[in-house]
Design a protein around this ligand. Sequence first.
Ligand SMILES: C[S@@+](CC[C@H](N)C(=O)[O-])C[C@H]1O[C@@H](n2cnc3c(N)ncnc32)[C@H](O)[C@@H]1O
Length: 213
Amino acid sequence: MSDVTPRPPRPLKPLPKAILALSQQSQPLDWSMVFGNDHPVELEVGSGKGLFLAREARRKPEHNFLGIEIAVKYAKEAAHRIDKNEIPNVQVHPGDALDFLARYVPTESLVAVHVYFPDPWWKARHRKRRVFREPLVLDVYRTLKVGGDFWVVTDVHEYYEVILSLMATHPEFDVQPEPEPNTPEHELDYLTNFERKYRIEGRPIYRAHYRKR
Ligand SMILES: C[S@@+](CC[C@H](N)C(=O)[O-])C[C@H]1O[C@@H](n2cnc3c(N)ncnc32)[C@H](O)[C@@H]1O
């Protein structure tokens, strides 16, 4: 017989309220069930630590915001920030944005999709991991309402050119004037965490805006 008393299991930490956890269901979601209202929904692909979600949701309390972030650590960090600041109109889902769009987002249900500083995957053999590819564009088209906005920002000129070329094969999106950067008055005024870092470093930043016909 062993003298070692088994340790009781550690209590699980509750998830932040702003985390959208899903069971294995594969039906499209009902946004009014997710957010508790019928306000327009905007989705961010790769929301990182959540600066965009927190700032934009405060600026537009009449919209709902959903961030999809594959790195669970960042998704939780963003959700903690949302909980701490008591921002009611944001949810963050830890998962793959391409999979999420395809499985859970109803057709013509979003008013905007944002993709800011997608990972460049520099090595040629890793390029297929880039999130901004044909399947993303097709699902953004399917899930946006007519007149919905598609915003893209990157610091990688080569990736930007690939994005512009891909979008040029989709005339179902109208090209909009290139968005101007804002003039930040303090450090939380930047578009995203990566925008803040790169603007402070003085890197060029490339922006594009499309609208679904
Ligand atoms: C360079 S960071 C930019 C984060 C944020 N958008 C910003 O500008 O501060 C790219 C983010 O996209 C996330 N990401 C990469 N592929 C993804 C995917 N398929 N689905 C969701 N998130 C993804 C990464 O984990 C990372 O947090």
